[in-house]
Design a protein around this ligand. Structure first.
Ligand code: FAD
Length: 566
């Protein structure tokens, strides 16, 4: 897209395409970069492989003891649950006429039916998908994966798919946690995953008006690096920013940890270009705000691949911050910490990112600390004395806040975000299933909601006579004037439990029902996909649901975009 504002061409910056970075390969069977991940070393301690993160190479001697104590289990490092990835990859369907026609406008290296690549495009990152690819199967995966390189190729692909009755599923980074990429087991048509990774360029940067036009397949870490070279940031940093894409952020209506300063994705995107089965949707101007009737661009936020393929977007950009400062505060209990967060939500300029963790997560953070030696031991003993004796805090109630706990703890919390994402798949190897789910609620509902969900899950866990104790914990991750976003984590030891992944899903659904009863949202930013589809009728009236269906029919009457989300 050329610039929609009157900036002389020479005033626009046109970054070079990104070179492939050797060593940046992603794992197929677990989260993250192939060179990183947790493992247990010869000393019997958890350590993170690789060199990318602050935690990399650091022995974490407190982690296994903490897990054993928290879950009430005897975790034996030698007792591994051997996965057999890839368990099974069925043969692809074929549609010779469609596939021949593809060759008239795509190069050979833009089309593949290789098994492992098809498999990776048939799932996101939910625990049930990550469990299924190692310990079960996915009933249906894409038959073909296509890597378009231009808007024209995307348009041609859609019209070819239309003529040959083929189903298309856009693929960004494959990081969604809603089963949004899971294929319909009953789909009889050829399923094509449209991988947007090669459409990853920053097309232009308009410094004067602080906008950039970025192709939808660009992933967050590359957008950050490239804008940074010009002194800018987009400010959108979901915890998955290393791998998730601009198109995926729009399609899932994502939220980044720095939304207090920069806004959520819908605040950051000024314009979107989309290829649909009914043609291209694009605008000719890009203005800060306008009143031109219903804004159709808004319908793309949260469209989850159902309406078309987002090919690029114009986004706001911001000068890089002059300083980045961190802080942490320790509170005597969750209620005090909650009051502080509510105040922050009402500040004109709250910190860009704030998180309130409950006591269990506070202790989890401590368990991820390396062993203290020498002066470090004295320092942590002295800190503990000040906190527990002088300030009178009970460490079994403490959540981070109330008493200043230093910038180092704050910085550490921020840094841990990316490495913690690797823990779920590490634990799965040791018979522990764990996953997060999120919601949002008005301030007056937040604490009761957290309490209700925790109680409900613990009671259900006991009633089902599942092993030892579950890990149920919550944190407040985003603040607004009127309320907050809340993350829950649920984990348990599953050795001896039949269908553990299914049991986890049942528990999460029970928690979701409790969230809705406690006036929380179906999702703050992960979306609906297929995982929360069944709850839609309980949050939307029949008229609203019908409107959604009609909207889909109006741009895609033949259901070319057949992912079946929502
Ligand atoms: C460890 C971890 C941390 C996470 N943290 C956050 C967080 O902090 N905030 C947050 O909001 N989410 C978070 N998520 C969820 C996920 O990263 C987001 O939903 C993200 O926006 C998905 O982007 P993606 O590019 O990976 O999309 P994908 O997973 O590839 O696709 C998601 C959906 O969008 C559609 N889609 C993708 N690209 C396009 C396109 N170009 N055009 C049309 N449709 C498209 C797909 O068809 C699918 O329906 C996290 C997930 C993980 C695993």
């Amino acid at each position: 897209m050329s610039s929609p504002v009157a900036v002389p061409k020479e005033a626009l910056l046109n970054p070079e395409p990104l070179p492939e970075i050797a060593g940046d390969a992603e794992s197929l069977d677990v989260w993250g970069f192939r060179d990183s991940g947790f493992t247990i070393n010869e000393n019997g301690h958890v350590v993170m492989r690789g060199h990318r993160y602050e935690l990399s190479g650091v022995e974490l001697p407190r982690l296994l003891p903490w897990i054993r104590e928290t879950l009430g289990i005897e975790l034996d490092p030698k007792d591994v649950n051997p996965g057999s990835y890839p368990t099974y990859i069925g043969p692809p369907l074929e549609n010779a006429e469609f596939q021949n026609e593809l060759k008239t406008f795509l190069k050979n290296n833009q089309i593949t039916s290789e098994g492992p690549i098809r498999l990776r495009h048939g799932h996101g990152q939910t625990q049930e998908e990550m469990f299924a690819i190692k310990y079960g199967t996915l009933p249906r995966i894409p038959d073909l994966v296509i890597f378009p390189e231009s808007d024209e190729q995307v348009a041609q692909l859609i019209s070819t798919a239309k003529r040959h009755r083929v189903s298309l599923i856009p693929f960004g980074g494959g990081t969604n946690v809603t089963d949004a990429l899971r294929c319909d087991a009953n789909e009889k048509r050829l399923i094509v995953s449209v991988d947007m990774h090669r459409m990853n360029r920053i097309l232009w940067i308009d410094k004067a008006n602080q906008m950039a036009c970025i192709e939808a397949g660009a992933v967050g870490r590359n957008i950050m690096t490239q804008l940074q070279a010009y002194g800018f940031t987009m400010g959108h940093e979901p915890d998955s920013v290393e791998f998730s894409s601009l198109g995926g952020w729009i399609a899932t209506n994502a939220s980044g940890m720095k939304k207090n300063k920069y806004g959520n994705i819908e605040d950051l995107v000024l314009d979107i270009t989309v290829a649909t089965a009914a043609g291209k949707l694009e605008r000719t101007t890009c203005v800060p705000r306008e009143s031109t009737g219903s804004d159709l661009r808004r319908l793309l936020f949260g469209s989850e691949g159902n309406l078309g393929i987002i090919t690029s977007a114009v986004v706001k950009i911001f000068p890089l911050p002059e300083v980045q400062a961190y802080g942490s505060v320790l509170f005597p209990n969750l209620t005090e910490g909650f009051g502080f967060m509510r105040e922050l939500g009402r500040e004109t300029y709250p910190p860009s990112s704030v998180r309130l963790v409950d006591n269990l997560q506070f202790h989890f953070g401590l368990a991820l600390k390396p062993a203290s030696t020498g002066l470090g031991v004295l320092k942590s003993r002295a800190e503990k004395f000040v906190v527990t004796k002088l300030k009178g805090f009970d460490l079994n109630q403490v959540v981070v806040h109330g008493m200043k706990a230093g910038s180092e703890n704050g910085r550490r919390g921020y840094q841990l975000t990316y490495s913690i994402a690797y823990i779920r798949d590490f634990l799965m190897k040791y018979y522990i299933i764990a996953e997060s789910f999120e919601t949002s609620a008005a301030w007056s509902d937040v604490l009761p909601l957290i309490e209700n969900v925790k109680k409900r899950l613990e009671a259900e866990y006991r009633a089902r006579k599942l092993p030892a104790k579950p890990f149920v914990t919550a944190r407040v991750t985003q603040v607004y004037q009127t309320g907050a976003a809340i993350y829950f984590y649920l984990g348990f030891y599953f050795k001896g439990v039949p269908n553990p992944s299914q049991v986890y899903c049942e528990l999460e659904n029970i928690a979701r029902g409790e969230i809705l009863r406690s006036r929380g949202s179906l999702s703050h930013h992960h979306g609906v996909g297929k995982i929360r589809q069944a709850f839609l009728p309980s949050i939307m009236s029949p008229a609203a649901l019908e409107w959604k269906r009609e909207l889909k029919k109006s741009v895609d009457p033949d259901n070319i975009f057949g992912a079946g989300n929502q």
